[in-house]
Design a protein around this ligand. Structure first.
Ligand SMILES: Cc1cc2nc3c(=O)[nH]c(=O)nc-3n(C[C@H](O)[C@H](O)[C@H](O)COP(=O)(O)OP(=O)(O)OC[C@H]3O[C@@H](n4cnc5c(N)ncnc54)[C@H](O)[C@@H]3O)c2cc1C
Length: 485
């Protein structure tokens, strides 16, 4: 039968069910699917599309390295806001099994890949308890376009397939980082440059004595340093960032400080910087740790961000961001101690500065950087350069066909700072110039411009549960599909 949409994927389930399509099967997409299955009381067809074919772990928890640890203690990593101890209980029930720790304490930082397993099991448990007629279909594929067609949405795949949806959730998560030197360079096309550090093959071809340059010093660079060291790498690891600020370590006894009267702080970066400095000073005088202040702000961070004008938000990005990120996104104490020890032994060298030259020749890569605040240049000879600048936050420059098409169709817009997709704080995506699209939603990292604090499990699990409730309410009004196609 001719279809104006191309080859439509055959419906595996009753065609009259309302259809929610989730693009992206990382933690965000998987938890929306799980919450839909847990909460729907009327028949619903949920389709979860993941390009890797394996929904659950996403970028962060798909690592195979046992030494990549969660950067949050076990007690705070439940995937379900309604069951805060859920991850702790899941892990405790498996303690002592092969691949699991022998004993589990709420303050432990466990291997990240275990969390990927956990999220997958949350999804399969939700399938098992879903109401009659509510079904999940997992689809492997890369979504490259989304179009409106009357009351429906057409979701198109890279291989030419398409499917129809009533609601779509863009759970596309973290985008790869910016180029280390932000202009097109032939070097980026060579095998000596790795743009996506989370790929399983990022370290392939590296000999144990090769020197390597990591561009970035944050959590991604920390991952790679740990991974290289654990696999017996002997060559020097160089790590460069513009400010030379490395992630701080957690301290389990730090506690959380109550931040009084935060609503009274004027909505400017200057006022907030002053308040945070004063609060840390007071905490220190009272024998508390600065970490308690940063963690104490967490429940209000989204509200504070939304109270700031876009100019003030831009001021934060220019002046405060690197310092804030290093103190807010901390690493497990064991990881920090291990990296410090490698640095003390000269196995890892950290630099603050800007990359100026990246050239490949038959002997490897010539990299030249200028040290921050000086005219001093450092030349390095390395075998590989790995981009660890962290997830990208500039939607104007990202070239994935799905985003390019959505932007070109005016179905999405980036927020004024291009940190993510322009949307309501509740995830309803806004068209170009502002009107809600009503049938398309997002959560997680794409909401960074709107909420700032939006990419960790603590925020994502709440967004996923709330979004599932709204989707269920909104598809209740959808007419049966046989009356529409
Ligand atoms: C290295 C690292 C470590 C982290 N550690 C922690 C931690 O310990 N604790 C914590 O709370 N947070 C941590 N985070 C934050 C992390 O971002 C979130 O916890 C969470 O994993 C984000 O999930 P996500 O689904 O939003 O994004 P992602 O993990 O990026 O998943 C998005 C998924 O969508 C798929 N996808 C994207 N586009 C398409 C498309 N067009 N078609 C089909 N599929 C598509 C991708 O393949 C991917 O699987 C970490 C982040 C990173 C990068």
């Amino acid at each position: 039968m001719f279809s104006p949409f191309g080859e439509l994927l055959p419906m595996k389930f009753t065609p009259s069910l309302p259809r929610v399509v989730i693009v992206g099967g990382g933690v965000s997409g998987t938890l929306v699917a799980a919450q839909l299955l847990r909460r729907a009381r009327h028949p619903l067809h949920v389709q979860l599309i993941e390009r890797t074919g394996a929904a659950g772990p996403g970028v962060a928890y798909g690592t195979r390295c046992q030494d990549h640890l969660l950067n949050v203690p076990v007690s705070r990593m439940s995937a379900l806001p309604e069951e805060p101890e859920h991850f702790l209980q899941w892990l405790t029930a498996r303690a002592g099994r092969p691949g699991f720790p022998g004993l589990v304490s709420p303050r432990d930082y466990v291997a990240r890949h275990l969390y990927g397993l956990y999220v997958r099991e949350v999804l399969s448990a939700a399938c098992g308890t879903a109401a009659a007629g509510t079904v999940l279909e997992q689809i492997a594929g890369e979504v490259v376009d989304l179009e409106e067609s009357g009351e429906e949405l057409v979701v198109r795949f890279a291989d030419g397939r398409a499917l129809l949806a009533d609601r779509v959730v863009l759970a596309i998560g973290n985008l790869p980082g910016e180029y280390p030197i932000p202009r097109p360079l032939p070097f980026y096309q060579t095998p000596r440059y790795i743009h996506v550090p989370w790929r399983g093959d990022a370290l392939d071809g590296l000999a144990p004595d090769d020197e390597v340059l990591l561009v970035g010093q944050g959590l991604t660079a920390t991952d790679l340093i740990v991974q290289l060291a654990r696999q017996g790498h002997r060559g020097t690891i160089h790590a460069l960032s513009r400010h030379g600020i490395r992630p701080q370590a957690h301290r389990s006894e730090a506690g959380t400080r109550a931040i009084a009267d935060w609503e009274d702080v004027p909505p400017t970066i200057r006022a907030w910087t002053r308040r945070v400095i004063d609060e840390i000073r007071a905490a220190t005088e009272e024998g508390e740790d600065w970490r308690g202040v940063v963690d104490g702000m967490r429940p209000y961070t989204q509200a504070i961000w939304q109270s700031l004008s876009w100019d003030e938000r831009a001021r934060f990005l220019r002046h405060v961001r690197p310092l804030w990120e290093a103190h807010r996104h901390r690493v497990a104490p064991a990881t920090a101690a291990f990296v410090d020890q490698l640095a003390a032994e000269g196995k890892v060298k950290f630099y603050a500065g800007r990359l100026q030259v990246l050239e490949a020749d038959d002997r490897g890569v010539h990299a030249m950087l200028r040290r921050r605040g000086t005219i001093q240049h450092v030349s390095l000879r390395v075998a590989k350069v790995i981009n660890c600048t962290g997830p990208r936050t500039d939607y104007t420059k990202y070239q994935h066909p799905l985003l390019v098409h959505l932007l070109a169709r005016g179905l999405i817009d980036h927020d004024p700072l291009a940190l993510g997709i322009n949307a309501l704080p509740t995830g309803e995506v806004l068209r170009y110039r502002g009107a809600p699209l009503e049938r398309v939603f997002t959560l997680g990292a794409p909401l960074k411009g709107v909420l700032w604090e939006s990419s960790a499990v603590r925020e994502i699990r709440v967004q996923a549960a709330d979004l599932a409730e709204r989707l269920i309410a909104s598809v209740a009004a959808v007419a049966p599909a046989e009356n529409r196609v």
